[in-house]
Write a protein that binds this ligand. Structure first.
Ligand code: ATP
Length: 223
């Protein structure tokens, strides 16, 4: 008698299994605040970094796992010639239609979560002393707020954010301001942070600050 094929499981992998075994640090901050600069420095010191933005990019790159379901849901116009997500077209759609954003997130969020868990388990197995989850909209997410042990916030004045992003991404000021308006306010983030990194000085200063933060996080583990 043929045995039934196993039913595909829809159960989400569970990051909370790591809780209590290794410190789980959330790293957030507004656009252009310096999250990548901070996580790159912590990675050099041995931290296990899981960058959810990077994962979101990878799954929507050519041959990424989200491409085929996105094409099915939104149509071939949303896939660029190289097989990646047509980001400009999708950005315009989700800004105009909140329900389209929901449909997109219903595809991408479980895939991001799956890869996040895979990387976290891998880094933990490799002996990382703590894990840092880089999540731009962490404060806006109940899931992340509940999971993490400590929240590190990268902060800088709004004008600095605008200037950095205009320069880095070659975007007009209005576009950067529009993105900023859709994110939690600086005040809201500051309310939730356990540690605030003032990223206004030079990258050299940031490096020194990260050495201090690394020691502080290692200390959390012992407390
Ligand atoms: P996003 O949310 O858009 O991904 P982010 O928070 O990860 O941004 P980064 O990419 O780290 O921010 O920084 C934005 C830009 O500002 C980059 O070009 C980075 O090199 C620069 N930058 C970050 N910190 C500093 C600093 N202290 N001094 C000078 N430039 C900086």
């Amino acid at each position: 008698m043929a045995t039934a094929a196993p039913t595909p499981t829809t159960k989400q992998p569970d990051l909370s299994l790591l809780k209590g075994h290794i410190p789980l640090i959330g790293l957030t901050g507004g656009i252009g605040s310096g999250k990548t600069a901070v996580s790159d420095l912590l990675a050099k010191l041995g931290a296990g970094i899981i960058d959810t933005d990077l994962i979101a990019h990878q799954i929507t790159a050519p041959y990424g796992s989200a491409i085929s379901p996105i094409e099915k849901q939104f149509g071939p116009d949303f896939i660029a010639a190289d097989g990646a997500l047509n980001r400009d077209k999708m950005r315009s759609l989700v800004f105009a239609k909140p329900e389209a954003r929901k449909s997109l997130e219903a595809i991408t969020h479980p895939l991001i979560r799956q890869e996040t868990v895979r990387q976290a388990a891998h880094l933990s197995k490799q002996g990382a002393p703590y894990l840092v989850f880089v999540v731009p909209l962490l404060i806006e997410s109940g899931f992340w707020m509940e999971l993490i042990d400590r929240l590190v916030l990268v902060d800088c004045p709004k004008e600095t954010q605008i200037q950095r992003v205009m320069q880095r991404s070659n975007l007009p000021r209005e576009e950067v301001e529009r993105i900023l308006a859709a994110q939690a306010s600086r005040e809201e983030r500051l309310k939730h942070a356990d540690v605030v990194i003032e990223n206004q000085a030079s990258l050299k200063d940031l490096e020194v600050e990260m050495q201090n933060l690394h020691q502080k996080i290692l200390q959390f583990q012992k407390d």
